[in-house]
Design a protein around this ligand. Structure first.
Ligand SMILES: [Zn+2]
Length: 488
């Protein structure tokens, strides 16, 4: 695009550039530098001690399990885990930070250089690189709604172990940002490194956004968007900020480096009170902690503890079960669902039906019954497999299968037992079917005559009448065959 075109006011093709910073709480029972519990929802300031309160003379001791989980997450993201990393003090003043600094990692983080694939349907797959993973402690919490004219401080969270996962600024759409976040969360859940729950604050997302004319090499001035409650609100906030920066630049203005807070209800951004971007944290190595040195054996143990990761599962499911990408994406959503599906696919020997049952009636039943997780549902994979086989063999209709399924939720009986007892077996015995067919033809003589003379489109109507007469018990496939055979 030539510059004179731009000066006439024609629209510039702007490229959106997004970098994501994700804070993730590690699933440890105690805090990162003391023995206090990390449990959520306790009375304010009860999970505290001299170390996490920052009292003079208290010394931090690193939680080994937190290091193990940070290492595991880094390996799952394909990062290089460094043999030596260094904790550093990040100095700033804030009421919920009693020490006046946060222990973090700065120029020597635990891991660098991973990847998350956001689209494997294109060649080569579209990949977002992970710049770094570092460990740090969380700060406390300012509580604004507890007292009328005062802000309360709760230090239960202070010292909670976190990792921060920083992407390269190479995401170019809100949709890719959403996929990156969902897949990152999925990896953190698969590896059991974190609950990754945004509502409880165990996963927090900050988004860096800038724009530049497509083809430009240098990055534009970025803003940082915080206060995001969900991945979809992150996607909406990105769109809002993209539009704001475009309008600003196209009207001759400049983007100011600042922190913005997203207001979910109004779908608006407003500047944060403090200018976060202008902080000088004066990082220096934490004098109370030696450098963190990881033995190769320790790293190997964490590698060995990794489960099959979502990307590998996606590939294996695609090759093995012949299902569509949308179904596979749902089935690998959690390890529990993926494992349960595989058990049902094996016991039914029918992956396609197993997938339909898992994603349809089973998930719905788990939701409605409130039994908790999928694994607590009373219809176990063996019984469900038996039910699916009955349906696949044509012994019961899909409608009957669903009725039997809901009965199986309340009794341990085998599906065939229920079908027999409750008269739900499909009738495919020809002598029984002939009776119903003859009755239907006799009751509608004119339609019967037209059909038998070759008006094939009437077949569906007649099958419907046979089904009605048999109260759903007739095997529709068989009825169709027998009717077709009568047309000469
Ligand atoms: Zn403590």
């Amino acid at each position: 695009m030539s510059s004179d075109v731009q000066s006439t006011g024609a629209a510039v093709d702007w490229e959106l550039v997004i970098g994501l910073e994700v804070h993730c709480q590690l699933k440890t029972r105690s805090k990162i530098f003391c023995g206090c519990a990390t449990s959520f929802g306790e009375a304010p300031n009860t999970n505290t001690c001299p170390v996490c309160l920052g009292l003079p003379g208290a010394l931090p001791v690193l939680n080994e399990h937190a290091v193990a989980l940070a290492t595991r997450a880094s390996l799952a993201l394909g990062c290089t885990v460094h043999e030596t990393s260094v904790f550093a003090r990040k100095n700033y003043f804030y009421p919920d930070l009693p020490k006046g600094y946060q222990i973090s990692q700065f120029d020597q983080p635990i891991a660098t250089g991973g990847t998350i694939v956001v689209d494997e349907s294109v060649s080569p797959p579209r990949v977002i690189r992970v710049h770094r993973v570092h460990m740090e402690e969380d700060a406390g919490k300012s509580v604004h709604d507890r007292f009328r004219d005062a802000t309360a401080i709760d230090l239960n969270r202070a010292g909670t172990p976190l990792i921060e996962i920083v992407s390269e600024p190479e995401i170019h759409s809100a949709a890719d940002a959403g996929t990156y976040l969902r897949r990152l969360k999925q990896i953190l859940e698969y590896t059991e490194v974190s609950d990754a729950n945004m509502e409880e604050g165990s996963l927090r997302v900050d988004v860096n956004i800038s724009i530049r004319p497509r083809g430009a090499v240098t990055l534009g001035t970025k803003t940082e968007v915080k206060n995001l409650n969900s991945f979809s609100s992150a996607e909406r906030a990105i769109e809002v900020e993209f539009a704001r920066q475009r309008t600003l630049l196209e009207s001759g203005g400049r983007v100011e480096q600042q922190t913005l807070l997203y207001d979910e209800k109004r779908n608006q951004l407003r500047p944060a009170r403090s200018k976060e971007g202008s902080h000088d944290y004066r990082y220096f190595p934490e004098p109370d902690l030696p450098p963190l040195c990881l033995a190769p054996r320790f790293v190997q143990e964490q590698r060995d503890a990794l489960p099959e990761l979502p990307a590998a599962k996606r590939e294996r499911f695609t090759a093995r079960y012949g299902l569509g990408p949308a179904d596979i994406e749902q089935l690998i959503g959690t390890r529990m669902l993926a494992d349960r599906f595989e058990a049902v696919a094996a016991s039914s020997a029918d992956p396609r039906r197993a997938a339909n049952w898992m994603l349809g009636p089973v998930l719905a039943a788990v939701k409605v019954s409130g039994v908790g997780t999928l694994n607590d549902h009373p219809v176990d994979p063996t019984r469900l497999g038996a039910l699916i086989r009955l349906e696949a063999q044509g012994q019961i209709s899909n409608t009957a299968a669903r009725q039997i399924f809901s009965r199986m939720e309340h009794e341990p009986t085998e599906p065939l037992g229920i079908a027999t007892r409750d008269g739900l077996l499909q009738v495919s015995d020809e002598s029984a079917l002939v009776g119903w067919i003859d009755e239907v033809l006799a009751e509608s003589p004119s339609e019967a005559a037209r059909f038998l003379a070759g008006e094939i489109k009437l077949q569906g109507v007649l099958v419907g009448q046979v089904m009605k007469k048999s109260k759903g018990a007739a095997d529709p496939k068989k009825v169709n065959q027998m009717l077709a055979a009568r047309v000469s």
